[in-house]
Design a protein around this ligand. Structure first.
Ligand SMILES: CC(=O)Nc1cnc2ccccc2c1
Length: 446
């Protein structure tokens, strides 16, 4: 991009830093469409949320990882008709490479696991919190970025992995005051669909596409669903049967239809039994209509929902045993979830559970006249070296201003450096809540 000073070319005529007409043009001070700034108050809420994500991940023994926001476009190109594909934030970089801002974290995880190959000992339990992007026509006015918390387990084929992942999300909800009467998890398995498609002779490679179409079941008219399924070549009566199975309301009814011999029923039964042992039975329910909108899920899928039905899915995840081989790697059993930073905040607002997070400062340090500014710096440093937070008044200000600042930064106490006290190494301290005031040697101040 051409810099305002003509690219900084040296020479006799020094181009003006900013051209005349540009000088008066005010830049747009808002962030790009669909993106957010995080000024201090919003950043405090974000940090509060992310600290809970991190604490839960630590409680469960997961290791934190991260990946570049920018990936090769190919990592996200899947031919299954996913929404995330239509909205890929992709472009050609200055090296003519096709690149994309990541729309999700799981493909990067798969790439890193393949890259690490034999050097990692299984199982891997990794978590990440990363900003993800989509490019949507702003007509829908939706955000183009959000932060997602992911937890993934690589190398465990049993549903104990999915059961632990759901447990970690329940732990998170409990920490922030959300209960099983506020939210629940709809749980199903894509092996139900897999077994049905096999029964109707539908080729395996259509599996992802069929799942993506069915995931839209509550978003577009049922006739559109049937039409799109028809395009994949599935027969009419197979479509009828599929849709009929998806409306089944219990595991027993499901078993009556597809029989109890397949893995789908066995996995789901085991998951519900483990839920009992983890202590979150009241949080989960079987719901055959849960498919999730990512093509790579192959087994158990789940999504967190608000029981009032006013919000979009809070989080979602499942098993994806075949993802690594789609990138040419060896397959490892894998499962994980994504938890966005937007819906959960809407839910907390709904439930009046947003935390009150003000700025907190222990001390505001102020010199009583300008030739004590150095002494004030010494006092601030002594306090900071003891781990005390200090807002140091950096210029000579009237006391009225200092008290106002102390209130704004919510200081616990005011430390005043005055001439006479300082001569014998003392400062005067005013506890702002009680008004109590005392002199103290700096060395005794803690
Ligand atoms: C509710 C919300 O903001 N969703 C959201 C926002 N940005 C995204 C960006 C990439 C992928 C999914 C995204 C999802």
């Amino acid at each position: 991009c051409a810099a305002a000073n003509g690219g900084g070319r040296s020479g006799s005529i020094v181009a003006p830093l900013v051209t005349e007409e540009d000088f008066h043009k005010k830049i747009d001070v808002n962030p790009p469409k669909g993106t957010r700034d995080f000024p201090p108050e919003d950043m405090r809420l974000r940090n509060w949320l992310f600290n809970h994500f991190k604490e839960v991940s630590r409680l469960y023994g997961y290791e934190e990882v991260d990946y570049p926001v920018l990936e090769t476009e190919a990592l996200f190109i899947r031919k299954a008709g996913e929404e995330i594909r239509d909205q890929l934030y992709c472009f050609e970089d200055r090296g003519n490479r096709r690149v994309a801002l990541r729309p999700e974290l799981t493909p990067s995880l798969a790439r890193l696991v393949i890259q690490k190959g034999k050097s990692v000992s299984l199982p891997l339990k990794w978590f990440a919190i990363g900003q993800c992007w989509r490019y949507e026509r702003m007509t829908r006015g939706r955000r183009r970025e959000h932060y997602q918390w992911n937890m993934d387990i690589i190398g465990v084929p049993q549903v104990t992995a999915e059961a632990e992942l759901i447990s970690s999300i329940v732990t998170f909800f409990k920490r922030i005051g959300i209960t099983a009467s506020d939210v629940g998890f709809k749980v199903s398995s894509r092996k139900v669909l897999q077994e049905l498609l096999k029964k109707y002779g539908v080729p395996e490679d259509l599996f992802g596409r069929v799942c993506i179409i069915i995931d839209k079941i509550e978003k577009i008219p049922i006739d559109e669903i049937k039409k799109e399924l028809g395009f994949t070549g599935i027969s009419e009566d197979a479509i009828e049967q599929l849709l009929q199975v998806l409306s089944v309301k219990s595991l027993d009814d499901l078993e009556d239809i597809i029989g109890g011999a397949g893995e789908a029923i066995a996995d789901l039964k085991q998951l519900f039994s483990l839920a009992e042992k983890f202590g979150y039975s009241e949080w989960i329910q079987f719901d055959a209509s849960v498919v999730r909108g990512l093509a790579y899920y192959t087994g158990i899928v789940f999504e967190g929902f608000d029981r009032k039905g006013k919000l979009r899915a809070i989080c979602g995840g499942g098993r994806y045993d075949r993802l690594l081989s789609t990138y040419g790697g060896d397959d490892f059993p894998a499962c994980g979830f994504g938890f966005g930073d937007a819906v959960i905040v809407e839910l907390l607002k709904e439930k009046d559970l947003l935390p009150e997070l003000g700025q907190e400062v222990e001390n505001i340090v102020c010199a009583l006249d300008k030739d004590l500014q150095g002494a004030a710096a010494t006092v601030a440093t002594a306090l900071r070296d003891k781990g005390q937070t200090v807002d140091l008044v950096l210029e000579s200000k009237p006391m009225k201003w200092v008290f106002k600042r102390a209130a704004r930064v919510n200081a616990r106490r005011l430390v005043l450096v005055g001439k006479t006290e300082w001569e014998d190494g003392s400062v005067s301290v005013k506890v702002l809540s009680s008004g109590e005031q005392f002199q103290v040697k700096l060395s005794d101040l803690e």
